[in-house]
Design a protein around this ligand. Structure first.
Ligand code: ADP
Ligand code: MG
Length: 273
């Protein structure tokens, strides 16, 4: 991941081949020998440098899809290609950040939480230390390098998890509601930080959320999923929208809200901010 001095507001032009190509993916879970379908038919692509948001109601299969792309679940149908490859066994080319605060190694200080996976993935001790320092600095964590996870707030733990994932320089960064368990104020601060960092680092990101505001703010494109078993309701381009005060930003939020409530046939669906 090349760090650039001037932040790019738009992803790389889409003339390049997609990095990730999801075509008619169908995913489910075996229960009593039968496939319970969670994701019925989902297609979308991610190009290098794009931040694609998966937005949809609770239970619609967002995490299922993300775990399938991470290689933890085999799709039951369709195809998922990463750089043209369909063998998606889990690997450091797809680092994952989860919502839970307990994803760090509790027995390692912050710095070692970053260097350990780098060492496991073949980096020399000197390289791992240099890369860890770079990403801790990027996420504003240098002062906390020696602290243990239990000494950090929820927001700081999530920043460490993001720094650790980015330090692996994955071809695709997978994030599953990483700010979902944070208070509103910390959440908007981390959204701003990620927005800046991800654009300057040219990271390619698939980000799961059920927050409309988060989807429009962080994303270049929003893939809207319907109620389960899910299909794609719409794919909306929001690359030009990064000012929440702009009328176009509010319009995009209103449009997404209408798509989600139009599809809200199950009373159990989440509320959307
Ligand atoms: P989301 O992340 O959009 O809230 P999930 O992908 O977690 O939704 O879940 C989609 C559906 O798959 C839900 O009906 C859920 O109950 C089901 N599901 C999720 N994980 C499992 C599992 N490990 N085994 C069986 N069913 C599951
Ligand atoms: Mg989920």
């Amino acid at each position: 991941m090349e760090l650039r001095t001037s932040p790019a507001d738009t992803p790389a032009p889409r003339t390049s081949a997609p990095l990730l190509d999801v075509e008619h993916a169908r995913v489910g879970y075996e229960l009593d020998g039968r496939l319970q379908v969670a994701v019925e038919d989902v297609s979308f692509a991610i190009h290098p440098g794009e931040h694609v948001m998966l937005l949809g109601p609770s239970g619609c299969g967002k995490s299922t899809l993300l775990k399938t792309i991470a290689g933890f679940i085999e799709p039951a149908g369709g195809s998922i290609r990463l750089n043209g490859r369909t063998d998606l066994s889990p690997g450091p080319d797809r680092a994952v950040v989860f919502q839970e605060f307990d994803q760090l190694f509790p027995w390692f200080p912050v710095e070692r939480n970053l260097t350990y996976p780098l060492r496991v993935n073949g980096r020399s001790k000197a390289d791992a230390a240099r890369i860890a320092a770079e990403y801790l600095d990027l996420m504003g964590l240098s002062h906390a390098a020696d602290r243990y996870p239990h000494q950090l707030s929820g927001g700081m733990k999530q920043r460490v998890a993001i720094a650790r994932a980015m330090a692996l320089e994955p071809v695709l960064l997978l994030m599953d509601e990483p700010f979902g368990a944070l208070d509103a104020q910390t959440r908007s601060r981390l959204q701003r930080e990620l927005h800046e960092v991800a654009r300057s680092a040219e990271a390619t990101i698939l980000f799961v959320t059920h927050s409309i505001q988060e989807a429009v703010y962080i994303g270049h494109r929003v893939v809207v999923l319907g109620t389960p078993p899910s299909t794609v309701v719409e794919i909306l381009d929001v690359a030009h929208l990064s000012d929440p005060a702009a009328p176009e930003f509010t319009d995009a939020m209103r449009h997404l809200r209408s798509l989600l409530s139009a599809d809200d046939s199950t009373a159990e669906s989440a509320t959307f901010e």
